[in-house]
Ligand binder design. Structure first.
Ligand SMILES: *Cc1c(COP(=O)(O)O)cnc(C)c1O
Length: 486
């Protein structure tokens, strides 16, 4: 091809590719359609079911393949409404009181929108000092919350699992666990620790590490006398105690391990102390409960999930490591094609502190809401959730239910017992009744071999009436199960 032909070719391709760059009128039109859709959803979010147990519909996707030509927002919206934003759990509903919810505040969606529209590159300081500073400002704020001063480093990962993985990678570097040390090194957790911690060990190639399940007290908190004994014994046996993981709010029952006591034992034995605060960490903002986190500043690393405790949409978990050197040692890199960035390293880049290079500019979805609303409504919302949980905990006992440990934060377990009935059976029935109703969604767990229902109040949209719905359904369900009572 000569230059003329090449130019013609480019010209004709541009006629087509320009469709990826809508003009302002078209941008507004499309945005309007999609915004109307989300507004319609949010306007009625409290009337929508929290749970729809419908797992049919695969063929709708099979019959809706990608095509050469595009289609209208209206058609796409209709498809999404029917096939995505309907069945399963509705995490935007205040009735989502199962697992650990968060809700997804709208202002974060605007942060995401701006991040995507401008597409700033947040991985490397040289590429976008502003985007990196947004993220570093968040890390500084969270570090200050947990009481770290100078020398720490952190990262906004995609969630708690990734944040834990990054922290444990730093721990491994710090404690110099080489391949040959794996099968003699020991990690201490409790049975309540989130499964992503042992998953992280597996991903890190530490499958053969020794895992000790430290006994817990009757409130499902780590027994630190036993921890101390286990570590001592392991040392005497020539093993290499390496890491202890405490939960600041366990997923199952919301238990906060005795953080200061674990810190004591870790300092004594030179263990890396990691705190998993994915669920509970941001409750440190609450004057109501912040004393329960005393000693967290002594941990070597901490994670917190803004998509739980700050009510953001899914997709962000914070990890902070007390000594940034270990994060750098695990993640920083250099490469010839990165040489231009070398002169601009006066501030830390996420790419040097995490496994990611190119990544979503997820700082903005957290920074923007904190700026727009201020911290106060977040704090008050957390307090509200604490009190809602206490309200439920009192009320459900009045209905004759057995309860688990007094809620530390916003999780409570409960079950019904009756001398003439199979208690696991009746509690499963009660849960099924709630699921069939659909207005609220709660989940269950197994504690000491028994089936328990649990509530986790952490969607910012959860209000008192949601809990009253559960209480009403439980009361009704119990009356149905034991008709002889009346
Ligand atoms: C939710 C949770 C995790 C996992 O976090 P993801 O953001 O879901 O990856 C880890 N630990 C605890 C205590 C949690 O509650």
């Amino acid at each position: 091809m000569n230059i003329d032909q090449i130019e013609k070719k480019i010209e004709s391709l541009q006629q087509s590719s320009i469709r990826l760059e809508p003009d302002e009128a078209k941008r507004k039109e499309d945005f309007n359609s999609f915004q109307n859709y989300s507004n319609g959803f949010l306007n009625k979010v409290n009337d929508l079911p929290a749970f729809v147990a419908d797992y049919e519909g695969k063929e709708n996707f099979d019959n809706y393949p990608f095509k050469e030509k595009g289609t209208s927002p209206e058609e796409i919206i209709e498809f999404l409404g029917e096939n995505v934003d309907r069945a399963g759990i509705n995490p935007a509903s205040g009735g989502h009181i199962g697992y650990i919810p968060g809700g997804g505040i709208y202002s974060a969606a605007m942060g995401d929108y701006l991040a995507a529209a401008m597409n700033r590159y947040s991985g490397v300081f040289y590429a976008s000092p502003g985007a990196v500073r947004i993220e570093n400002q968040i890390i500084d704020w969270v570090a200050e919350l947990i009481g770290y001063s100078d020398g720490y480093g952190g990262n906004l990962a995609s969630g708690g699992s990734m944040a834990n993985l990054i922290a444990i990678t730093a721990a491994r570097k710090a404690k110099k666990i080489k391949s040959r040390d794996i099968d003699t090194s020991v990690v201490y957790i409790t049975q309540q620790v989130h499964h992503c911690v042992t998953k992280a060990l597996r991903i890190l190639g530490l499958d053969e590490i020794i895992i000790r399940k430290v006994p817990m007290d009757s409130n499902y908190k780590m027994n630190t006398t036993k921890l101390d004994e286990l570590v001592k014994k392991d040392k005497e046996d020539g093993l290499n105690p390496f890491l202890v993981v405490g939960s600041a709010g366990s997923t199952d029952v919301g238990a906060i391990d005795p953080i200061a006591e674990i810190a004591e034992v870790s300092e004594k034995h030179d263990l890396w102390f990691h705190v998993d605060g994915a669920y509970g960490g941001f409750f440190i903002l609450s004057d109501e409960v912040k004393d329960k986190f005393k000693g967290i500043e002594r941990a070597d690393s901490v994670i917190l999930d803004p998509h739980k405790g700050l009510f953001l949409p899914y997709g962000v978990g914070v990890v902070i490591v007390k000594n940034i050197d270990y994060l750098l040692e695990a993640n920083s890199y250099d490469a010839n094609y990165m040489q231009d960035t070398r002169d601009h390293r006066q501030e830390y880049s996420p790419a040097d502190l995490s496994p990611e290079l190119s990544r979503h500019f997820r700082g903005l979805r957290m920074w923007l809401p904190l700026k727009l609303h201020g911290i106060e409504p977040f704090r008050d919302c957390l307090d509200e959730k604490i009190w809602l949980t206490r309200y439920f905990y009192e009320k459900v006992q009045k209905l004759g239910f057995e309860v688990g440990p007094e809620p530390e934060l916003s999780v409570a377990a409960f079950r019904f017992n009756h001398p003439d009935l199979d208690n696991n059976e009746i509690n499963k029935k009660l849960l099924q009744k709630i699921h069939n109703d659909g207005r609220v969604f709660i989940s269950s767990t197994t504690l000491d071999g028994q089936f328990w229902m649990r509530i986790a109040v952490l969607s910012f949209r959860t209000r008192k009436w949601h809990l009253d719905v559960i209480l009403d359904l439980l009361e009704e369900g119990v009356a149905e199960a034991i008709p002889a009572q009346s």
